[in-house]
Design a protein around this ligand. Structure first.
Ligand SMILES: [Zn+2]
Length: 105
């Protein structure tokens, strides 16, 4: 599963080119650069969809203003923010600290 931020819509669906997969309830692999720095396991279930508006105004990666519709996908220990401005999936820990990010663009 190699998602790009641009393939994830504001309702948390992944458009992978052939199907549309609702990500809430899916078990996804956690990249090794995240598991190395955290207690995260190698895969995790996406438990819910959140809005970021209260937490982030600008993109942690490119510092452009985020749209009000910006979403975050939450697992038990991690938050996954697919930002469209720079087509980046940003991985965050539960305290909203920016632990690392993976550039798929
Ligand atoms: Zn950005």
């Amino acid at each position: 599963m190699n998602m790009k931020a641009s393939e994830i819509d504001d309702e948390g669906n992944w458009h992978n080119g052939t199907e549309v997969i609702p990500l809430v309830g899916e078990v996804i692999p956690i990249p090794s650069f995240v598991t190395h720095k955290t207690d995260a396991s190698e895969e995790a279930e996406i438990l819910m969809l959140l809005q970021t508006k209260a937490y982030f105004e600008i993109c942690p990666s490119c510092e452009q203003k985020l749209p009000d519709s910006q979403i975050v996908l939450a697992t038990e220990h991690l938050f996954i923010m697919p930002v469209k401005c720079c087509d980046t999936i940003i991985w965050l820990q539960s305290q909203w600290g920016d632990i690392d990010r993976e550039q798929y663009a």
